[in-house]
Write a protein of this length. Structure first.
Length: 226
């Protein structure tokens, strides 16, 4: 391994931005996260602050399946091992054994959004409750339910770390990531998306590298702005 290869293996690309909730979003939490009250389906919260969060695993899984479906010959992707080589190196694989180049972090509410919540009254702490009915076709009997959602307009901090293994693959990898984000903006995050929940957009993307490399940072930012 030459000196250039050793340098490449140590590089990290830090990608930051904001994820804007455009329509109420629900990512379900367990009973440990349930707010006080009678909400049937609470969203996931940070156990310390009780603020809504978006688990990094939710974002990672959604991006991967959107890319896999788009690149597959069929809509239903049955086997993760059928993903193409770019998806495997971005998100990880067991066949062949590949460590994910992307590290996803949980997304937390931004400080600006927290200040907005301080000035408004919500159904639950930083949440809204949407009342819905499920109706049985044969009896027309309605069963009411209450779903807790993160309100539209809430912003979360977006933070990914990309590990550089081969500098020649950076452009393809990051442009694939950007395409996945574009697909997400045309789809939804969380549950009940076919009923209008979970529309999002990714904004204000910035890139830094470690060790610092301003020329590489500018190139990577350009790849992600497309």
């Amino acid at each position: 391994m030459n000196e250039r290869s050793k340098d490449v293996l140590r590089k990290k690309i830090i990608i930051r931005g904001e994820l804007l909730i455009k329509t109420g979003m629900h990512i379900g939490g367990g009973s440990d996260y349930a707010p006080i009250g009678s909400v049937d389906s609470p969203f996931v919260r940070d156990i310390l602050t009780q603020e809504p969060i978006i688990p990094g695993s939710s974002l990672k899984g959604k991006l991967r399946i959107l890319l896999a479906r788009f690149r597959s010959e069929t809509y239903f992707v049955k086997d993760i091992n059928d993903d193409d080589k770019v998806i495997k190196r971005l998100f990880g694989s067991t066949s062949p054994q590949t460590i994910s180049r992307l590290q996803f972090q949980d997304l937390f509410v931004t400080d600006n959004s927290k200040r907005v919540f301080e000035s408004i009254e919500t159904d639950t702490y930083m949440g809204e409750v949407k009342f819905e009915n499920s109706i049985k076709r044969n009896t027309c009997k309605a069963t009411p339910r209450q779903i807790e959602r993160v309100p539209a307009g809430t912003k979360f901090g977006f933070h990914l770390v990309y590990t550089v293994i081969d500098e020649a693959e950076i452009e393809e990898d990051l442009q694939t990531l950007r395409f996945g984000l574009n697909l997400l903006e045309l789809d939804y995050l969380g549950g009940h998306g076919t009923r209008g929940y979970g529309r999002v957009s990714i904004e204000h993307i910035t890139v830094k590298t470690f060790p610092d490399d301003s020329e590489l940072s500018e190139r990577c930012e350009a790849y992600l702005q497309g």
